[in-house]
Design a protein around this ligand. Structure first.
Ligand code: HEC
Ligand code: HEC
Ligand code: HEC
Ligand code: HEC
Ligand code: HEC
Length: 405
Protein backbone atom coordinates (compact mmCIF):
# COMPACT_ATOMS: atom_id res chain seq x y z
CA UNK A 1 0.00 0.00 0.00
CA UNK A 2 2.73 2.42 0.97
CA UNK A 3 4.56 1.46 -2.20
CA UNK A 4 1.52 2.22 -4.35
CA UNK A 5 0.97 5.49 -2.55
CA UNK A 6 4.51 6.61 -3.12
CA UNK A 7 4.35 5.45 -6.74
CA UNK A 8 1.23 7.52 -7.25
CA UNK A 9 2.89 10.46 -5.60
CA UNK A 10 5.95 10.20 -7.84
CA UNK A 11 3.84 9.87 -10.96
CA UNK A 12 1.76 12.81 -9.85
CA UNK A 13 4.87 14.89 -9.28
CA UNK A 14 6.28 13.92 -12.65
CA UNK A 15 3.08 15.04 -14.36
CA UNK A 16 3.48 18.44 -12.72
CA UNK A 17 7.15 18.68 -13.56
CA UNK A 18 6.74 18.05 -17.31
CA UNK A 19 3.90 20.53 -17.41
CA UNK A 20 6.17 23.23 -15.99
CA UNK A 21 9.32 21.97 -17.68
CA UNK A 22 8.64 20.27 -20.99
CA UNK A 23 12.26 19.14 -21.31
CA UNK A 24 12.19 16.88 -18.24
CA UNK A 25 15.27 15.62 -16.40
CA UNK A 26 17.02 14.12 -19.41
CA UNK A 27 17.38 17.38 -21.36
CA UNK A 28 17.11 20.07 -18.73
CA UNK A 29 20.58 21.64 -18.86
CA UNK A 30 24.03 21.65 -20.45
CA UNK A 31 25.10 19.27 -17.69
CA UNK A 32 23.18 16.52 -19.55
CA UNK A 33 25.53 16.98 -22.50
CA UNK A 34 28.79 17.75 -20.74
CA UNK A 35 30.13 14.22 -20.25
CA UNK A 36 30.34 13.75 -24.04
CA UNK A 37 30.61 17.39 -25.21
CA UNK A 38 32.90 18.90 -22.61
CA UNK A 39 34.70 21.26 -25.00
CA UNK A 40 31.42 22.90 -26.07
CA UNK A 41 29.80 22.95 -22.67
CA UNK A 42 32.70 24.58 -20.81
CA UNK A 43 33.09 27.38 -23.36
CA UNK A 44 29.35 28.00 -23.54
CA UNK A 45 29.35 28.50 -19.76
CA UNK A 46 31.59 31.57 -20.22
CA UNK A 47 29.10 33.17 -22.62
CA UNK A 48 26.23 35.57 -21.99
CA UNK A 49 23.92 32.88 -23.35
CA UNK A 50 24.39 31.05 -20.08
CA UNK A 51 23.31 34.20 -18.19
CA UNK A 52 20.08 34.93 -20.05
CA UNK A 53 17.85 34.26 -17.00
CA UNK A 54 17.17 37.07 -14.51
CA UNK A 55 18.35 34.90 -11.59
CA UNK A 56 21.79 34.98 -13.20
CA UNK A 57 21.72 38.50 -14.55
CA UNK A 58 21.36 41.56 -12.35
CA UNK A 59 20.82 43.95 -15.29
CA UNK A 60 17.99 41.84 -16.70
CA UNK A 61 16.41 41.48 -13.26
CA UNK A 62 16.57 45.22 -12.58
CA UNK A 63 15.19 45.95 -16.06
CA UNK A 64 12.12 43.84 -15.29
CA UNK A 65 11.64 45.63 -11.97
CA UNK A 66 12.09 49.01 -13.69
CA UNK A 67 9.48 48.23 -16.36
CA UNK A 68 6.92 47.30 -13.68
CA UNK A 69 7.83 50.36 -11.60
CA UNK A 70 7.16 52.60 -14.62
CA UNK A 71 3.96 50.73 -15.58
CA UNK A 72 2.06 49.92 -12.38
CA UNK A 73 -0.68 48.06 -14.29
CA UNK A 74 1.81 45.38 -15.29
CA UNK A 75 2.50 42.32 -13.14
CA UNK A 76 6.13 41.21 -12.90
CA UNK A 77 5.49 37.60 -13.98
CA UNK A 78 3.57 38.82 -17.00
CA UNK A 79 6.62 40.80 -18.18
CA UNK A 80 8.86 37.82 -17.44
CA UNK A 81 6.74 35.65 -19.74
CA UNK A 82 6.90 38.28 -22.48
CA UNK A 83 10.69 38.60 -22.32
CA UNK A 84 11.08 34.82 -22.23
CA UNK A 85 10.24 34.75 -25.96
CA UNK A 86 13.97 35.12 -26.59
CA UNK A 87 15.57 34.94 -23.15
CA UNK A 88 13.90 31.56 -22.37
CA UNK A 89 12.24 30.19 -25.51
CA UNK A 90 11.61 26.76 -23.93
CA UNK A 91 9.17 28.27 -21.45
CA UNK A 92 5.98 26.20 -21.26
CA UNK A 93 3.79 29.29 -21.40
CA UNK A 94 3.14 31.96 -24.01
CA UNK A 95 0.38 34.17 -22.65
CA UNK A 96 -0.85 35.21 -19.24
CA UNK A 97 -4.66 35.21 -19.03
CA UNK A 98 -6.64 37.94 -17.31
CA UNK A 99 -7.69 35.48 -14.58
CA UNK A 100 -4.06 34.60 -13.91
CA UNK A 101 -3.09 38.26 -13.86
CA UNK A 102 -5.76 39.04 -11.27
CA UNK A 103 -4.75 36.03 -9.20
CA UNK A 104 -1.11 37.19 -9.30
CA UNK A 105 -2.07 40.74 -8.37
CA UNK A 106 -3.97 39.48 -5.33
CA UNK A 107 -1.11 37.21 -4.35
CA UNK A 108 -2.98 33.94 -4.85
CA UNK A 109 -0.58 31.34 -3.44
CA UNK A 110 -1.30 28.53 -5.88
CA UNK A 111 -0.94 30.72 -8.97
CA UNK A 112 2.23 32.26 -7.60
CA UNK A 113 3.76 28.83 -6.96
CA UNK A 114 2.76 27.70 -10.45
CA UNK A 115 4.54 30.67 -12.02
CA UNK A 116 7.64 30.10 -9.87
CA UNK A 117 7.76 26.48 -11.05
CA UNK A 118 7.31 27.55 -14.67
CA UNK A 119 9.75 30.44 -14.72
CA UNK A 120 12.45 29.48 -12.23
CA UNK A 121 13.11 25.80 -12.93
CA UNK A 122 16.54 24.41 -13.80
CA UNK A 123 16.00 24.57 -17.58
CA UNK A 124 14.94 28.22 -17.52
CA UNK A 125 17.85 29.21 -15.29
CA UNK A 126 20.20 27.49 -17.75
CA UNK A 127 19.42 30.25 -20.30
CA UNK A 128 20.07 29.98 -24.05
CA UNK A 129 21.43 26.48 -23.68
CA UNK A 130 22.23 23.53 -25.94
CA UNK A 131 18.61 22.44 -26.16
CA UNK A 132 17.44 25.88 -27.22
CA UNK A 133 19.59 25.91 -30.37
CA UNK A 134 20.14 22.22 -31.16
CA UNK A 135 16.50 21.22 -30.93
CA UNK A 136 15.45 23.85 -33.53
CA UNK A 137 14.13 21.95 -36.54
CA UNK A 138 12.79 24.82 -38.67
CA UNK A 139 13.27 28.59 -38.69
CA UNK A 140 10.58 30.87 -40.11
CA UNK A 141 12.35 34.00 -41.37
CA UNK A 142 9.06 35.48 -42.60
CA UNK A 143 7.70 35.47 -39.04
CA UNK A 144 10.94 36.80 -37.58
CA UNK A 145 10.97 39.72 -40.04
CA UNK A 146 7.34 40.39 -39.11
CA UNK A 147 8.38 40.89 -35.47
CA UNK A 148 7.57 37.33 -34.31
CA UNK A 149 11.01 36.11 -33.30
CA UNK A 150 12.30 33.91 -30.50
CA UNK A 151 9.97 31.03 -29.64
CA UNK A 152 7.43 32.25 -32.22
CA UNK A 153 9.95 32.09 -35.07
CA UNK A 154 10.94 28.42 -34.74
CA UNK A 155 9.59 24.89 -34.72
CA UNK A 156 11.29 22.67 -32.17
CA UNK A 157 11.78 19.03 -33.13
CA UNK A 158 10.97 16.01 -31.01
CA UNK A 159 12.88 15.78 -27.73
CA UNK A 160 15.88 13.57 -28.27
CA UNK A 161 16.68 14.72 -31.81
CA UNK A 162 19.74 16.94 -31.99
CA UNK A 163 20.09 19.06 -35.12
CA UNK A 164 23.60 20.01 -36.14
CA UNK A 165 25.96 20.53 -39.07
CA UNK A 166 26.74 16.86 -39.80
CA UNK A 167 24.81 14.34 -41.90
CA UNK A 168 26.69 11.29 -40.62
CA UNK A 169 26.94 11.57 -36.86
CA UNK A 170 25.77 8.88 -34.43
CA UNK A 171 25.27 9.19 -30.72
CA UNK A 172 24.12 6.65 -28.16
CA UNK A 173 22.27 9.39 -26.24
CA UNK A 174 20.27 11.08 -28.96
CA UNK A 175 19.31 11.01 -32.62
CA UNK A 176 21.19 13.43 -34.90
CA UNK A 177 20.07 15.23 -38.05
CA UNK A 178 21.70 17.81 -40.27
CA UNK A 179 20.11 21.21 -40.77
CA UNK A 180 21.27 24.06 -43.01
CA UNK A 181 21.01 26.59 -40.22
CA UNK A 182 23.97 24.83 -38.57
CA UNK A 183 25.85 23.66 -41.65
CA UNK A 184 26.03 26.90 -43.64
CA UNK A 185 27.40 30.32 -42.78
CA UNK A 186 23.99 32.01 -43.07
CA UNK A 187 23.05 33.95 -39.93
CA UNK A 188 19.52 32.46 -39.81
CA UNK A 189 19.91 30.75 -36.44
CA UNK A 190 21.27 33.89 -34.78
CA UNK A 191 18.48 35.96 -36.36
CA UNK A 192 15.89 33.99 -34.37
CA UNK A 193 16.66 36.33 -31.46
CA UNK A 194 19.15 38.88 -32.80
CA UNK A 195 17.29 40.11 -35.89
CA UNK A 196 15.37 42.88 -34.13
CA UNK A 197 12.12 43.38 -32.28
CA UNK A 198 9.54 46.10 -31.88
CA UNK A 199 9.00 47.20 -28.29
CA UNK A 200 5.49 47.91 -27.03
CA UNK A 201 5.59 51.38 -28.59
CA UNK A 202 6.48 50.04 -32.03
CA UNK A 203 10.12 51.12 -31.89
CA UNK A 204 12.66 48.56 -33.14
CA UNK A 205 15.24 47.47 -30.58
CA UNK A 206 18.06 44.87 -30.85
CA UNK A 207 18.44 45.54 -34.57
CA UNK A 208 21.66 43.59 -35.19
CA UNK A 209 20.03 41.50 -37.95
CA UNK A 210 18.48 44.48 -39.67
CA UNK A 211 21.86 46.22 -39.53
CA UNK A 212 23.50 43.15 -41.02
CA UNK A 213 21.14 43.30 -44.01
CA UNK A 214 22.33 46.84 -44.60
CA UNK A 215 26.07 46.42 -44.06
CA UNK A 216 27.15 42.81 -44.71
CA UNK A 217 29.39 42.48 -47.75
CA UNK A 218 28.15 38.98 -48.58
CA UNK A 219 24.86 37.41 -47.52
CA UNK A 220 26.80 34.49 -46.09
CA UNK A 221 29.31 36.52 -44.08
CA UNK A 222 27.36 35.29 -41.06
CA UNK A 223 28.16 35.69 -37.41
CA UNK A 224 30.01 32.51 -36.53
CA UNK A 225 33.53 33.40 -37.79
CA UNK A 226 33.76 36.27 -35.35
CA UNK A 227 31.46 35.22 -32.50
CA UNK A 228 32.27 31.50 -32.38
CA UNK A 229 35.60 30.86 -34.15
CA UNK A 230 37.02 29.88 -37.49
CA UNK A 231 36.46 26.20 -38.19
CA UNK A 232 39.22 24.12 -36.63
CA UNK A 233 40.13 20.46 -36.38
CA UNK A 234 38.71 18.74 -33.33
CA UNK A 235 36.06 16.35 -32.09
CA UNK A 236 32.31 16.88 -31.98
CA UNK A 237 32.18 14.51 -29.02
CA UNK A 238 34.82 13.21 -26.66
CA UNK A 239 32.75 10.00 -26.41
CA UNK A 240 33.23 7.01 -28.69
CA UNK A 241 31.72 3.55 -28.42
CA UNK A 242 34.00 1.00 -26.66
CA UNK A 243 36.77 -0.07 -29.02
CA UNK A 244 36.32 2.96 -31.28
CA UNK A 245 37.88 6.45 -31.29
CA UNK A 246 36.15 9.83 -31.83
CA UNK A 247 36.10 11.01 -35.42
CA UNK A 248 38.14 14.08 -36.35
CA UNK A 249 35.90 16.87 -37.63
CA UNK A 250 35.84 20.61 -38.35
CA UNK A 251 34.26 22.34 -35.38
CA UNK A 252 33.76 25.79 -33.89
CA UNK A 253 34.31 27.15 -30.41
CA UNK A 254 31.07 27.89 -28.53
CA UNK A 255 32.22 31.12 -26.92
CA UNK A 256 29.61 33.51 -28.43
CA UNK A 257 32.27 36.15 -28.03
CA UNK A 258 31.25 39.36 -26.34
CA UNK A 259 33.29 42.22 -25.04
CA UNK A 260 33.61 40.65 -21.59
CA UNK A 261 34.77 37.14 -22.56
CA UNK A 262 36.99 37.92 -25.58
CA UNK A 263 39.07 40.49 -27.45
CA UNK A 264 36.48 40.82 -30.19
CA UNK A 265 36.50 44.61 -30.11
CA UNK A 266 40.26 44.78 -30.65
CA UNK A 267 40.15 42.08 -33.29
CA UNK A 268 37.59 43.77 -35.56
CA UNK A 269 37.63 47.47 -34.69
CA UNK A 270 40.86 49.20 -35.73
CA UNK A 271 41.92 52.36 -33.96
CA UNK A 272 44.65 54.73 -35.11
CA UNK A 273 45.65 58.14 -33.71
CA UNK A 274 47.69 60.78 -35.50
CA UNK A 275 48.43 64.48 -35.73
CA UNK A 276 46.78 66.10 -38.74
CA UNK A 277 48.52 68.70 -40.96
CA UNK A 278 46.08 71.22 -39.50
CA UNK A 279 47.57 70.53 -36.06
CA UNK A 280 44.48 68.75 -34.73
CA UNK A 281 44.77 65.29 -33.20
CA UNK A 282 42.59 62.70 -34.89
CA UNK A 283 41.48 59.16 -34.15
CA UNK A 284 40.24 56.96 -36.93
CA UNK A 285 38.01 54.01 -36.11
CA UNK A 286 37.38 51.27 -38.63
CA UNK A 287 34.47 48.98 -37.87
CA UNK A 288 34.89 45.72 -39.75
CA UNK A 289 31.75 44.17 -38.25
CA UNK A 290 28.61 43.93 -40.40
CA UNK A 291 26.63 45.72 -37.71
CA UNK A 292 26.89 48.93 -35.71
CA UNK A 293 29.34 49.36 -32.88
CA UNK A 294 27.94 49.11 -30.34
CA UNK A 295 25.06 46.93 -31.50
CA UNK A 296 22.28 44.89 -29.90
CA UNK A 297 21.17 45.86 -26.42
CA UNK A 298 20.68 49.61 -26.77
CA UNK A 299 22.55 50.94 -23.74
CA UNK A 300 26.01 49.64 -24.60
CA UNK A 301 28.70 52.28 -25.01
CA UNK A 302 32.09 52.46 -26.67
CA UNK A 303 34.04 55.36 -25.19
CA UNK A 304 36.90 57.16 -26.89
CA UNK A 305 39.26 58.63 -24.34
CA UNK A 306 41.80 61.33 -25.09
CA UNK A 307 44.09 62.99 -22.54
CA UNK A 308 46.53 65.73 -23.47
CA UNK A 309 49.58 66.19 -21.25
CA UNK A 310 52.24 68.84 -20.93
CA UNK A 311 55.94 68.14 -21.15
CA UNK A 312 56.06 67.03 -17.51
CA UNK A 313 53.34 64.49 -18.22
CA UNK A 314 50.82 66.49 -16.27
CA UNK A 315 47.29 66.07 -17.73
CA UNK A 316 45.93 69.36 -19.05
CA UNK A 317 42.76 68.23 -20.77
CA UNK A 318 40.70 65.03 -20.89
CA UNK A 319 37.93 64.30 -23.36
CA UNK A 320 35.46 61.41 -23.43
CA UNK A 321 33.46 60.82 -26.59
CA UNK A 322 30.68 58.26 -26.27
CA UNK A 323 29.50 56.08 -29.13
CA UNK A 324 26.01 55.00 -28.18
CA UNK A 325 22.33 55.79 -28.45
CA UNK A 326 19.95 57.72 -26.27
CA UNK A 327 16.46 56.26 -25.80
CA UNK A 328 13.63 58.67 -25.04
CA UNK A 329 10.13 58.18 -23.65
CA UNK A 330 7.04 60.10 -24.76
CA UNK A 331 7.96 62.99 -22.43
CA UNK A 332 11.44 63.19 -23.93
CA UNK A 333 13.16 61.75 -20.84
CA UNK A 334 15.99 59.27 -21.13
CA UNK A 335 14.84 55.69 -20.51
CA UNK A 336 15.62 52.06 -21.35
CA UNK A 337 15.11 50.79 -24.93
CA UNK A 338 12.11 48.64 -23.99
CA UNK A 339 10.19 51.73 -22.81
CA UNK A 340 11.33 54.21 -25.45
CA UNK A 341 9.16 55.82 -28.09
CA UNK A 342 12.06 57.25 -30.05
CA UNK A 343 15.83 57.39 -30.35
CA UNK A 344 17.50 60.69 -29.48
CA UNK A 345 21.18 61.35 -30.02
CA UNK A 346 22.75 58.39 -31.82
CA UNK A 347 26.52 58.24 -32.24
CA UNK A 348 26.88 54.50 -32.87
CA UNK A 349 29.40 53.72 -35.60
CA UNK A 350 27.85 52.27 -38.77
CA UNK A 351 28.90 48.81 -39.93
CA UNK A 352 31.85 48.40 -42.35
CA UNK A 353 32.90 52.04 -42.09
CA UNK A 354 35.79 54.20 -41.10
CA UNK A 355 35.14 57.39 -39.22
CA UNK A 356 37.62 60.05 -38.18
CA UNK A 357 37.16 61.94 -34.90
CA UNK A 358 39.08 65.21 -34.55
CA UNK A 359 40.18 66.87 -31.33
CA UNK A 360 41.67 70.33 -30.87
CA UNK A 361 45.10 70.18 -29.28
CA UNK A 362 45.41 72.55 -26.30
CA UNK A 363 48.36 74.91 -26.07
CA UNK A 364 51.36 73.46 -24.18
CA UNK A 365 50.29 69.89 -24.95
CA UNK A 366 53.33 67.70 -25.63
CA UNK A 367 51.91 64.20 -25.28
CA UNK A 368 48.57 62.59 -25.89
CA UNK A 369 47.20 59.38 -24.44
CA UNK A 370 44.28 57.85 -26.30
CA UNK A 371 42.29 54.64 -26.38
CA UNK A 372 38.90 53.16 -26.03
CA UNK A 373 36.83 51.36 -23.48
CA UNK A 374 33.41 49.74 -23.24
CA UNK A 375 30.44 49.88 -20.92
CA UNK A 376 27.68 47.29 -20.86
CA UNK A 377 25.26 49.98 -19.74
CA UNK A 378 25.20 53.73 -19.46
CA UNK A 379 26.36 54.71 -15.96
CA UNK A 380 23.50 57.06 -15.09
CA UNK A 381 20.76 54.66 -16.13
CA UNK A 382 22.44 51.82 -14.27
CA UNK A 383 22.21 53.91 -11.13
CA UNK A 384 18.58 54.83 -11.76
CA UNK A 385 17.66 51.17 -12.27
CA UNK A 386 19.58 50.11 -9.17
CA UNK A 387 22.00 47.79 -10.98
CA UNK A 388 24.50 46.64 -8.37
CA UNK A 389 26.56 43.80 -9.90
CA UNK A 390 30.06 45.23 -10.53
CA UNK A 391 30.20 43.18 -13.75
CA UNK A 392 27.79 45.70 -15.32
CA UNK A 393 29.23 48.80 -13.66
CA UNK A 394 32.83 48.29 -14.76
CA UNK A 395 34.44 50.06 -17.66
CA UNK A 396 36.36 47.55 -19.80
CA UNK A 397 39.49 49.18 -21.24
CA UNK A 398 40.69 47.72 -24.52
CA UNK A 399 43.38 49.87 -25.87
CA UNK A 400 45.66 52.63 -24.68
CA UNK A 401 48.42 54.34 -26.60
CA UNK A 402 50.76 57.27 -25.95
CA UNK A 403 52.02 59.60 -28.62
CA UNK A 404 54.44 62.52 -28.80
CA UNK A 405 52.67 65.43 -30.48
C1 HEC B 1 26.69 9.59 -24.24
C2 HEC B 1 27.36 10.68 -24.92
C3 HEC B 1 26.53 11.85 -25.44
C4 HEC B 1 25.67 12.67 -24.72
C5 HEC B 1 25.29 12.57 -23.25
C6 HEC B 1 25.24 13.70 -25.65
N1 HEC B 1 25.82 13.51 -26.88
FE1 HEC B 1 25.63 14.68 -28.51
N2 HEC B 1 26.81 13.45 -29.60
C7 HEC B 1 27.46 12.32 -29.10
C8 HEC B 1 28.20 11.68 -30.16
C9 HEC B 1 29.07 10.42 -30.02
C10 HEC B 1 27.98 12.45 -31.32
C11 HEC B 1 28.54 12.20 -32.73
C12 HEC B 1 29.94 12.74 -32.87
C13 HEC B 1 30.48 12.57 -34.26
O1 HEC B 1 29.85 11.94 -35.10
O2 HEC B 1 31.56 13.12 -34.52
C14 HEC B 1 27.11 13.55 -30.94
C15 HEC B 1 26.69 14.56 -31.81
C16 HEC B 1 26.01 15.70 -31.41
C17 HEC B 1 25.70 16.83 -32.25
C18 HEC B 1 26.03 16.98 -33.73
C19 HEC B 1 24.85 16.47 -34.50
C20 HEC B 1 24.97 16.61 -36.00
O3 HEC B 1 24.38 15.76 -36.70
O4 HEC B 1 25.59 17.54 -36.48
C21 HEC B 1 25.03 17.73 -31.48
C22 HEC B 1 24.50 19.07 -31.92
C23 HEC B 1 24.93 17.18 -30.15
N3 HEC B 1 25.53 15.93 -30.14
C24 HEC B 1 24.31 17.81 -29.08
C25 HEC B 1 24.10 17.22 -27.84
C26 HEC B 1 23.37 17.86 -26.77
C27 HEC B 1 22.74 19.22 -26.86
C28 HEC B 1 23.38 16.99 -25.71
C29 HEC B 1 22.74 17.20 -24.35
C30 HEC B 1 21.32 17.44 -24.33
C31 HEC B 1 24.13 15.82 -26.11
N4 HEC B 1 24.54 15.99 -27.41
C32 HEC B 1 24.38 14.73 -25.30
C33 HEC B 1 27.39 11.87 -27.79
C34 HEC B 1 26.61 12.39 -26.78
C1 HEC C 1 16.99 31.79 -28.66
C2 HEC C 1 17.50 33.13 -28.75
C3 HEC C 1 18.93 33.35 -29.21
C4 HEC C 1 19.60 32.76 -30.26
C5 HEC C 1 19.09 31.71 -31.24
C6 HEC C 1 20.92 33.34 -30.28
N1 HEC C 1 21.05 34.26 -29.26
FE1 HEC C 1 22.68 35.34 -28.79
N2 HEC C 1 21.75 36.11 -27.16
C7 HEC C 1 20.42 35.90 -26.83
C8 HEC C 1 20.10 36.60 -25.59
C9 HEC C 1 18.75 36.64 -24.91
C10 HEC C 1 21.30 37.21 -25.18
C11 HEC C 1 21.50 38.08 -23.94
C12 HEC C 1 21.85 37.22 -22.78
C13 HEC C 1 22.09 38.05 -21.55
O1 HEC C 1 23.11 38.71 -21.48
O2 HEC C 1 21.26 38.04 -20.67
C14 HEC C 1 22.31 36.89 -26.20
C15 HEC C 1 23.63 37.32 -26.15
C16 HEC C 1 24.53 37.14 -27.18
C17 HEC C 1 25.85 37.73 -27.21
C18 HEC C 1 26.46 38.59 -26.14
C19 HEC C 1 25.95 39.95 -26.28
C20 HEC C 1 26.48 40.92 -25.29
O3 HEC C 1 26.03 42.06 -25.39
O4 HEC C 1 27.34 40.62 -24.47
C21 HEC C 1 26.42 37.37 -28.40
C22 HEC C 1 27.78 37.78 -28.91
C23 HEC C 1 25.47 36.52 -29.09
N3 HEC C 1 24.33 36.40 -28.32
C24 HEC C 1 25.70 35.95 -30.32
C25 HEC C 1 24.86 35.00 -30.92
C26 HEC C 1 25.17 34.28 -32.13
C27 HEC C 1 26.44 34.43 -32.93
C28 HEC C 1 24.10 33.45 -32.38
C29 HEC C 1 23.93 32.46 -33.52
C30 HEC C 1 24.94 31.41 -33.60
C31 HEC C 1 23.13 33.66 -31.31
N4 HEC C 1 23.62 34.61 -30.45
C32 HEC C 1 21.90 33.03 -31.22
C33 HEC C 1 19.52 35.14 -27.54
C34 HEC C 1 19.85 34.30 -28.60
C1 HEC D 1 23.18 29.96 -29.74
C2 HEC D 1 23.05 28.68 -30.37
C3 HEC D 1 23.87 27.52 -29.87
C4 HEC D 1 23.96 27.06 -28.57
C5 HEC D 1 23.35 27.65 -27.32
C6 HEC D 1 24.76 25.87 -28.63
N1 HEC D 1 25.17 25.62 -29.91
FE1 HEC D 1 26.20 23.99 -30.56
N2 HEC D 1 26.29 24.79 -32.44
C7 HEC D 1 25.71 25.98 -32.82
C8 HEC D 1 26.09 26.25 -34.21
C9 HEC D 1 25.69 27.48 -35.00
C10 HEC D 1 26.87 25.15 -34.63
C11 HEC D 1 27.50 24.94 -36.01
C12 HEC D 1 28.93 25.46 -36.00
C13 HEC D 1 29.63 25.26 -37.31
O1 HEC D 1 29.50 26.08 -38.19
O2 HEC D 1 30.32 24.24 -37.42
C14 HEC D 1 26.96 24.25 -33.50
C15 HEC D 1 27.64 23.03 -33.52
C16 HEC D 1 27.69 22.11 -32.48
C17 HEC D 1 28.29 20.80 -32.53
C18 HEC D 1 28.98 20.18 -33.74
C19 HEC D 1 30.43 20.60 -33.79
C20 HEC D 1 30.66 21.92 -34.45
O3 HEC D 1 31.31 22.79 -33.82
O4 HEC D 1 30.18 22.16 -35.57
C21 HEC D 1 28.16 20.25 -31.28
C22 HEC D 1 28.65 18.89 -30.82
C23 HEC D 1 27.46 21.20 -30.46
N3 HEC D 1 27.19 22.32 -31.20
C24 HEC D 1 27.14 21.00 -29.13
C25 HEC D 1 26.58 21.97 -28.30
C26 HEC D 1 26.42 21.82 -26.87
C27 HEC D 1 26.79 20.60 -26.07
C28 HEC D 1 25.86 22.97 -26.42
C29 HEC D 1 25.56 23.37 -24.98
C30 HEC D 1 26.68 23.42 -24.06
C31 HEC D 1 25.66 23.83 -27.56
N4 HEC D 1 26.12 23.21 -28.68
C32 HEC D 1 25.07 25.11 -27.51
C33 HEC D 1 24.90 26.79 -32.05
C34 HEC D 1 24.66 26.62 -30.70
C1 HEC E 1 33.70 40.81 -38.56
C2 HEC E 1 33.36 40.33 -37.24
C3 HEC E 1 31.90 40.31 -36.80
C4 HEC E 1 30.84 39.70 -37.43
C5 HEC E 1 30.84 38.96 -38.77
C6 HEC E 1 29.71 39.87 -36.54
N1 HEC E 1 30.08 40.58 -35.42
FE1 HEC E 1 28.92 40.97 -33.79
N2 HEC E 1 30.44 42.03 -32.94
C7 HEC E 1 31.67 42.24 -33.51
C8 HEC E 1 32.41 43.18 -32.69
C9 HEC E 1 33.80 43.71 -32.98
C10 HEC E 1 31.59 43.48 -31.58
C11 HEC E 1 31.93 44.37 -30.38
C12 HEC E 1 31.49 45.75 -30.52
C13 HEC E 1 30.02 45.94 -30.30
O1 HEC E 1 29.51 45.73 -29.20
O2 HEC E 1 29.33 46.31 -31.26
C14 HEC E 1 30.36 42.75 -31.78
C15 HEC E 1 29.28 42.79 -30.91
C16 HEC E 1 28.12 42.05 -31.05
C17 HEC E 1 27.06 42.01 -30.08
C18 HEC E 1 27.05 42.76 -28.78
C19 HEC E 1 28.07 42.12 -27.93
C20 HEC E 1 28.55 42.93 -26.80
O3 HEC E 1 29.55 42.56 -26.24
O4 HEC E 1 27.92 43.94 -26.46
C21 HEC E 1 26.09 41.20 -30.58
C22 HEC E 1 24.77 40.83 -29.92
C23 HEC E 1 26.55 40.74 -31.88
N3 HEC E 1 27.78 41.29 -32.14
C24 HEC E 1 25.84 39.91 -32.70
C25 HEC E 1 26.23 39.57 -34.00
C26 HEC E 1 25.39 38.85 -34.93
C27 HEC E 1 24.01 38.33 -34.62
C28 HEC E 1 26.11 38.72 -36.09
C29 HEC E 1 25.67 38.11 -37.39
C30 HEC E 1 24.42 38.63 -37.95
C31 HEC E 1 27.40 39.35 -35.88
N4 HEC E 1 27.42 39.87 -34.61
C32 HEC E 1 28.43 39.39 -36.82
C33 HEC E 1 32.16 41.64 -34.66
C34 HEC E 1 31.41 40.88 -35.55
C1 HEC F 1 13.37 39.44 -29.84
C2 HEC F 1 14.04 38.76 -28.76
C3 HEC F 1 14.11 39.43 -27.41
C4 HEC F 1 13.08 39.79 -26.58
C5 HEC F 1 11.57 39.59 -26.80
C6 HEC F 1 13.68 40.37 -25.41
N1 HEC F 1 15.05 40.35 -25.51
FE1 HEC F 1 16.39 41.11 -24.18
N2 HEC F 1 17.94 40.52 -25.37
C7 HEC F 1 17.79 39.91 -26.60
C8 HEC F 1 19.09 39.74 -27.20
C9 HEC F 1 19.36 39.10 -28.56
C10 HEC F 1 20.02 40.29 -26.30
C11 HEC F 1 21.51 40.38 -26.49
C12 HEC F 1 21.82 41.58 -27.31
C13 HEC F 1 23.03 42.27 -26.89
O1 HEC F 1 23.48 42.07 -25.74
O2 HEC F 1 23.56 43.06 -27.65
C14 HEC F 1 19.26 40.78 -25.16
C15 HEC F 1 19.82 41.43 -24.06
C16 HEC F 1 19.10 42.00 -23.04
C17 HEC F 1 19.67 42.70 -21.92
C18 HEC F 1 21.15 42.91 -21.67
C19 HEC F 1 21.62 41.77 -20.83
C20 HEC F 1 23.05 41.79 -20.44
O3 HEC F 1 23.52 40.77 -19.89
O4 HEC F 1 23.74 42.79 -20.63
C21 HEC F 1 18.63 43.09 -21.11
C22 HEC F 1 18.74 43.86 -19.81
C23 HEC F 1 17.41 42.64 -21.73
N3 HEC F 1 17.73 41.98 -22.90
C24 HEC F 1 16.14 42.86 -21.21
C25 HEC F 1 14.96 42.40 -21.80
C26 HEC F 1 13.64 42.63 -21.25
C27 HEC F 1 13.34 43.34 -19.94
C28 HEC F 1 12.74 42.08 -22.12
C29 HEC F 1 11.23 42.06 -22.05
C30 HEC F 1 10.59 43.34 -21.92
C31 HEC F 1 13.52 41.52 -23.24
N4 HEC F 1 14.85 41.73 -22.99
C32 HEC F 1 12.96 40.89 -24.32
C33 HEC F 1 16.61 39.52 -27.21
C34 HEC F 1 15.35 39.76 -26.72
Amino acid sequence: MRFILSLLLTLGLQAVSTEVNPLGKKWESNKNCEACHQYFSKKWETSRHSHAHYNKNDLFKKSLDYIVRKNPTLVLDEVKVECAQCHNPRLAKRDVSNEEKVALLFGDKETKTHFRNLLDNKTMENGINCMVCHNIDKIHMDKIKADKGGMYGVTFGPLGTMYGPFADSHSPYHKSERRDHFATNEPTLCFVCHYGKKNKYGLWVYETGKEYERYAERPDEGCKECHMSKKRKGYASNYAPPGDTPKERMIRQHRFASVDNSNILLDYVDIKGKTEDSGAFSISLTNRAPHKVPTGYGLRQVILKVTFMDRNDKPIKSIRYVLGAEWLDAQGNVTIPHLATKIGKDTRLEGKTTKVYKFKVPQNATYVKYGFSYRLIDEKLAKEMGVSDPFFLREYTFFEQRLHL
